[in-house]
Write a protein that binds this ligand. Sequence first.
Ligand code: NAP
Length: 519
Amino acid sequence: MAYLAVPIAAQNLDQARQQIKAALAAGAEMLELRTDYLENLDMDLVQSLIAEARSATKQSLPVIVTCRDEKQGGARTYPEQLRIEILIEAVRAGSDFIDCEYDNFLSTEVQEKIKAVLAESSKTRLILSAHDFKSRFQDINRLYHDILTMCPTAIPKLVYTANHINDCFEAFDLLANSSGDSIVFCMGAAGLITRIIAKKLDSFVTFASIDEKTATAPGQLTIEQFRRLYRYDDIDADTELFGVIADPVGHSLSPAIHNACFADKGMNKLYLPLLVEGSQKEFDEFLNNILSRKWLNFRGFSVTIPHKENALNYVRDKQGFVEPLAEKIGAVNTLVIGTDGKLAAYNTDYAAALDSITSTLGITRAGLRDLPVAVIGAGGVARAIVAGLSDTGARIKIYNRTVKKAERLADEFSCDFAPLDDLPNVEAELLINCTSIGMYPNVDETPLPKECIKKDMVVFDTVYNPAETLLLKQAKQAGAKTIDGLSMFVNQALAQFKLFTGQNANSDIMRKTILQRFE
Ligand code: NAP
């Protein structure tokens, strides 16, 4: 089930009223009344708050009442006596759930009071919670069992900070192996996926904020992000998972475009941002974690900076399939997990670039033979494009700021090279910018003085934010044909979608989704 619960973290009743209204409008499935945020907290105020929530939701949404201890993330320093009285009052006022810290429940006095009031109510259930804001619990399974041993009817709520995405897997294991209601997820950027996958793994609740300002815990998503970006209403136990492995990953457009296309096709699939920090070791651990848990049902990944080579090495080590040109490029950007658990690795960047060029020029790949091409840059994208173009027999000259890198790349693919300073003397029919020059926010920069752009040139800028870079604007003004990075980006995502699903995605939806994100 996994209720999508919105914490109401208001200082007074007026604010609470507004937050409840906004939470309902956004589609909250449960409210958590965080009474520790209230000023001048007393019984009357809590009764009024619960009544407010009940009447606003027409009694239809379940309500949790929490008065969080400051030691476990509470907003104010209210004394324990008062906090327990508030929970007792909440039970009497008909709250569906109360949340008490397990550490505090260990006190016999607290336990007796809470058990006594719960015995009077046929409705209210107890959530016993534990939080670690720094790292993983010492032994999460032990903690889970201790909670249930102490109070078998309670819902254990275990929340800890993931300092790396690999810290999330014990939360998944606990959810997968527990049979009763439980709430388990991770805080922090590395733990974000646990909040989304919670529904697939049948966690009892996951928490969303109304907006970024009202988030009550690190890494909490907004209700709109859950619903619009991460397809919350469509997730169930059978949902297949995909994602982009990157560091950083927050800026990635891939979750938005793939999820929009999954939704368009009515597919039970979800695409996640996967922040994998570190190098080969951490990457390997991450994929080992995924592959050893078939029940998570991960089926494929986009791979980007800094893991494209790590992904290739991993698949080679596991004796999976590597597309021959990806092997030659030395980097992969797509991994697919077959139904037999075997891995296949591809590079959709070079094919995407070639498709963008051939469709603009109205030629086939064979038509690129002997075409004089200037490639600016010698990084990952330049490498994929040089490999693809050299395969077609184009005549390539590589220009790069660091000449040694240009030389190495040129040697490997039998091309010419030159320092970036030579670019004004460029003689090429196709010119491709594979550097980040001109990318947002440095939109006033261009790799080439505008006087050097000739009318009969085709100018291709792989930068896709903005879609029309200064280089492309000036090329258009000079009368040259242009190709934008967005078309390459969409082409590589289309190719990935095909590898992931066997179907063609709607390219208009992809393009529209990207442009919306740039607004
Ligand atoms: P990369 O491996 O880090 O390579 C960056 C390249 O840009 C290097 O050649 C570097 O030169 C050069 N460079 C960076 N800043 C420069 C500057 N101020 N002056 C001169 N040269 C500079 O990055 P990448 O993965 O190849 O990505 C390059 C660009 O491609 C990205 O910025 C992105 O906009 C674009 N891209 C497009 C797509 C798409 O689908 N359209 C996909 C991925 C990336 P040095 O060797 O001298 O450092």
